[in-house]
Design a protein around this ligand. Structure first.
Ligand code: ZN
Ligand code: MN
Length: 432
C-alpha cells in the first residue's frame, strides 16, 4: 500500500522583548530564580489589568510580513479558557478569530495564521510535590500555524530550521529549542492508497519535542506506527477528532496522552480588558521599512556576484555570517582589491573566519606584492596629498589611519599587504 504522510505544524516562539506581554516585568527570565519576575498582572491576581506590549505586536507583524501573510487591519485578543495550575487566571489571553496575520506562504508551505498570546508558568514535580515558577507567565508568545503541506520528517525538520533562522534574522526571537524558546507540535496522519480508494489515518498531534533531532525521530516513528496500525485495524480519521501523543525520548516512542480539546471546549470570548487593535496601511508600511533584507533575497544576490548555491546557502545561514561577507566586500571594494567574492565566502565557510579585515588581509597577501621601496614612496605621496587627515591623526584621531591605509591600498591596486602598510604609515606619521 503506497502512502503519503500529511504533516502540519503548530509552532510557539517566545519573543525576546524586554518586558512581558501584558505587564512591565522583565521577559528575560531564563536561569533566574523562580518567581522573581512577577507582578499582580502575570500572577493573575484579581483586579489586575493587562497592558499590551506594542513591540511584541510589531514583531509578530514583521514575522507575518516575512512569511508573506496578510496583515489584519482589525485584530483583537480573546480569552482561551482552560483550567491548569500553570495558568492562574483560568484563561490564556490569546487570539481566536482575528489573528494579527493570516494566509501566508513560506518555502512552499501555506501559513494558516500567526497570532500573539502569553506564555504560561512552568511546573516542576519533585517527590510528591508540584512547584510553579511564574517567571515565564506572560512572556510574549507567537504562535505560527501551517497548513498540512509537509510530507516527510526531514522536510519538516528543514522547514523548522529555516523558520528559526528567519526569526533570528529578524531579531524577534532567539528561538532556542533546547531552552524552550521555540516549541513545535506536528500534526501527523497518512493518506493511504488501497486499490483506487484513498484512506486517511486518525490525526495525531505530537508533543514534548525539544530539539530538531527529536522532531525528525518523533515524526518518523509516528508515520511507521500509523501505517502498522492501519494495516491491523483499518481505523480512519474522524472529522474533528485529534489525539495527542507525547514523544518519549528514552524509549524512542510516542505514547497516547489525551483526546484533543475542541475549540468549543475553550469557550473563547473577546478579552474585555483590551480594546480591539486597528492598523492603517501606513503603520504596516512602517514596520515593513524596518525589516532587514531577508536571507533568501541575499542568497539570490550573492549568487549573482558569483557564489555557488552551496556557498550562498552557507553564507546566509546567520546574520553574523552575512555581515562578515558584506563587510569584507565593502573593504575589498574600498581598497580596489578585486578579490573574488567566492574566495571571501570560502574563508567564512571553511576557515570560520569572522573578521572582515582579517579575510581581506589574507586574500590580499595572496597577490603579487610591491617592493618596500616602492611602497615607501607611495606612502610618502599619500601623506603629502592628504594634509588634513594627517593633521587629524596627529591630533589623536587614531581611526584616520584606516582611511590612509585605504588610500595606499587603492594606489597600489591592492598589491600591498595592509598590515605592513599600517605599520609603515604609523612609523612615518609618528616620526613626521
Ligand atoms: Zn508581571
Ligand atoms: Mn498557543
Amino acid at each position: 500500500m503506497p502512502f503519503k504522510p500529511i504533516i502540519g505544524l503548530e509552532i510557539h516562539i517566545e519573543l525576546k522583548t524586554k518586558s512581558k506581554m501584558f505587564c512591565y516585568c522583565s521577559a528575560n527570565y531564563f536561569g533566574h530564580p523562580a518567581n522573581t519576575h512577577v507582578c499582580p498582572v502575570c500572577l493573575g491576581l484579581p483586579g489586575a489589568l493587562p497592558y499590551p506590549n506594542q513591540k511584541a505586536i510589531e514583531e509578530v507583524i514583521m514575522t507575518g510580513l516575512a512569511l508573506n501573510c496578510q496583515i489584519a487591519s482589525l485584530s483583537k485578543f480573546d480569552r482561551k479558557n482552560y483550567f491548569y495550575p500553570d495558568l492562574p487566571k483560568g484563561y490564556q489571553i490569546s487570539q481566536y478569530d482575528l489573528p494579527l496575520c493570516q494566509k501566508g506562504e513560506f518555502l512552499g508551505v501555506r501559513i494558516k495564521r500567526v497570532h500573539l498570546e502569553e506564555d504560561t508558568g512552568k511546573l516542576f514535580h519533585e517527590d510528591k510535590f508540584s512547584f510553579i515558577d511564574f517567571n515565564r507567565s506572560g512572556v510574549p508568545l507567537m504562535e505560527i500555524v501551517t497548513e498540512p503541506d509537509l510530507h516527510s520528517a526531514s522536510q519538516t525538520k528543514e522547514f523548522l530550521k529555516k523558520l528559526q533562522q528567519l526569526v533570528r534574522y529578524l531579531k524577534v526571537a532567539n528561538a532556542d529549542m533546547e531552552k524552550g524558546q521555540m516549541r513545535c507540535e506536528p500534526t501527523v496522519n497518512l493518506e493511504i492508497k488501497k486499490g483506487d480508494k484513498k484512506h486517511y489515518t486518525p490525526l495525531v498531534e505530537i508533543k514534548n519535542i525539544n530539539s530538531f533531532r527529536f522532531v525528525e525521530k518523533a515524526i518518523e516513528y509516528e508515520i511507521k506506527r500509523q501505517f502498522e496500525e492501519f494495516k491491523k485495524t483499518a481505523t480512519e480519521k474522524q472529522e474533528g477528532n485529534k489525539k495527542t501523543r507525547g514523544w518519549d525520548e528514552k524509549n524512542k516512542k510516542t505514547f497516547l496522552q489525551r483526546e484533543k480539546e475542541e475549540a468549543a471546549d475553550y469557550r473563547y470570548f473577546p478579552e474585555p480588558d483590551i480594546p480591539p487593535i486597528r492598523f492603517s496601511q501606513v503603520e504596516i508600511e512602517k514596520i515593513k521599512e524596518q525589516m532587514p533584507e531577508l536571507p533568501e533575497v541575499k542568497m539570490i544576490n550573492f549568487k549573482k556576484i558569483g557564489l555557488s548555491d552551496y556557498q550562498a546557502e552557507l553564507v546566509t545561514k546567520s546574520a553574523k555570517k552575512i555581515k562578515t561577507f558584506e563587510d569584507s566586500l565593502k573593504i575589498s571594494k574600498k581598497i580596489k582589491a578585486k578579490i573574488s567574492p567566492s574566495k571571501i565566502a570560502n574563508l567564512i565557510i571553511n576557515k570560520k573566519i569572522n573578521s572582515p579585515q582579517k579575510i581581506i588581509d589574507i586574500l590580499t597577501r595572496e597577490k603579487p606584492t610591491i617592493s618596500n621601496e616602492e611602497l615607501s614612496k607611495v606612502i610618502d605621496q599619500i601623506i603629502e596629498n592628504n594634509p588634513s587627515p594627517v593633521e587629524e591623526f596627529k591630533k589623536g584621531k587614531e581611526t584616520v589611519i584606516e582611511f590612509l591605509v585605504g588610500q595606499v591600498m587603492a594606489e597600489t591596486k591592492g598589491q600591498a599587504d595592509p598590515q605592513s602598510v599600517r605599520k609603515l604609515l604609523r612609523e612615518k606619521l609618528d616620526s613626521a
